[in-house]
Design a protein around this ligand. Sequence first.
Ligand code: NAD
Length: 511
Amino acid sequence: MNATQAQELLSRLGIDAVNAGAWIGTRALPMIAGAAEVESVDPTTGRALARMSMTDVAQLDQVVQAAQDAFARWRTVPAPKRGEVVRLMGEKLRAHKDDLGRLVTLEVGKTLSEGLGEVQESIDMADLAVGMSRQLFGLSMHSERASHRMYEQWQPLGPVGIITAFNFPNAVWAWNAMVALIAGDPCIWKPSLKAPLTALATHKLLSEVAEDAGFPGLLGLVVGADADVGEAMIHDGRLPLISATGSVRMGRHVNQAVAARLGRCLLELGGNNAIIVDESADLELALRGIAFGACGTAGQRCTSTRRLMLHESIAEPFIERLVKVYQGLPIGDPMDGSKLIGPLIDQLAVDQYLHACDQIRAQGGEILTGGKAVAGPGFFVEPTLVRARHDMPIVHEETFAPILYVMTWSRLEDAIAWNNEVPQGLSSAIFTDSFRHSERFLSPSGSDCGIANVNIGTSGAEIGGAFGGEKETGGGREAGSDSWKAYMRRQTCTLNWGTDLPLAQGVTFDV
Ligand code: NAD
């Protein structure tokens, strides 16, 4: 996309030369004179796309206050009616899917198919949340006391602080916000400073829907620095839930800050995901699953495949094929439909990739293909395949780039142990036609990850299931299934319709 086309796209989405970084619904808070600005950069060209003025702590306070005011009314709206507003948000996303998807591609460099897919994921989340709004079920239970009834109900929690990673600049927010909204909670979004434009465009579009429904303060946006606005947000006792998606380093810090005020945290952090391929596997399927998992989004998904464990009997010819596939992957402008590998997000990511390649060599790994940055402009690197040992320290780290470590095994027990030995626990997969191996992988002593797939790669989860991972991935669950419970408070109610007041456990207290 050339500079003029990019400018046209931004103006269609309402993004001017310098946009405000603090918003209460469709209302931009006045820009502060001399405020720092954040520049969004197109990672494909390295050129600046637009600037936004940064939010400060005083503006965050106003946004939180507006969310509290909105909460006082929004929580009284029946959940299915809240679902109706979310349905209209889904319609708005549908109407702007093409422009928003292009903006995602422009700002973070994923292929256009993936940029559009990301917005589709947000639309799917809206649809799912509409259904959920009629299914916020509580249990009822039998009381031990005569003429008593007990049940649980789920109440709205309060304004939710949503911190998002750069790599899903639209959908990570939607995983949270669509569900939080039907649960009765206003949302305050602090996006990554590496992808503020997508956040601004999404926020503006959906705030129009909230405003038309009579709830201008339902959505807030704060584009601010971690050190002041981020810190103020996570320490703010008016936000009962902070949902944070990003690195383990960030999640560890946010978790401690929120725990110190006894708030709730929902964490979606880094992954280090493995695919096991056994001797019975359909290798054509495996090859496609591995290539997309390891190289899709240039390895910048939390669920990207980072480790590949091949049975020794199939390993060598399969590695040869993989090398050929890797060397044929088209790298280039992600707007161009013929390219499969876009850029990394910025120069820092390229430097981290190059550092990891140095570590691989120093730790005895063999780079079979890749291992280099591609000459500029833009932040492109070669997809990289490494023959590695499972216990190399670098293999246990998440490098957010297309690096795949390959190792071989002879006993499935070892492959499963290696799958589980890293600190992260997000996604995992086995390719097998063996019923026994598949069930072994899915058994209580199999994969320890939040996602365990058979004959499907590690990335590309559907929204209907609960999404998230264990250990250092943070333990949170978002999107489908009963994830809505994270955004609500549980209330146990006991009703006495009799004429006596029996105490539980047979206790007597006669006055
Ligand atoms: P990051 O941790 O650098 O930043 C994530 C967000 O945290 C950003 O909005 C950032 O501004 C914010 N942040 C950082 N310090 C903060 C503080 N002190 N207070 C408040 N906010 C703070 O991550 P990133 O580079 O944007 O994203 C890549 C990482 O995200 C990878 O580790 C990836 O695996 C992970 N990720 C996880 C999931 C998941 O669902 N598990 C999804 C997407 C990305």
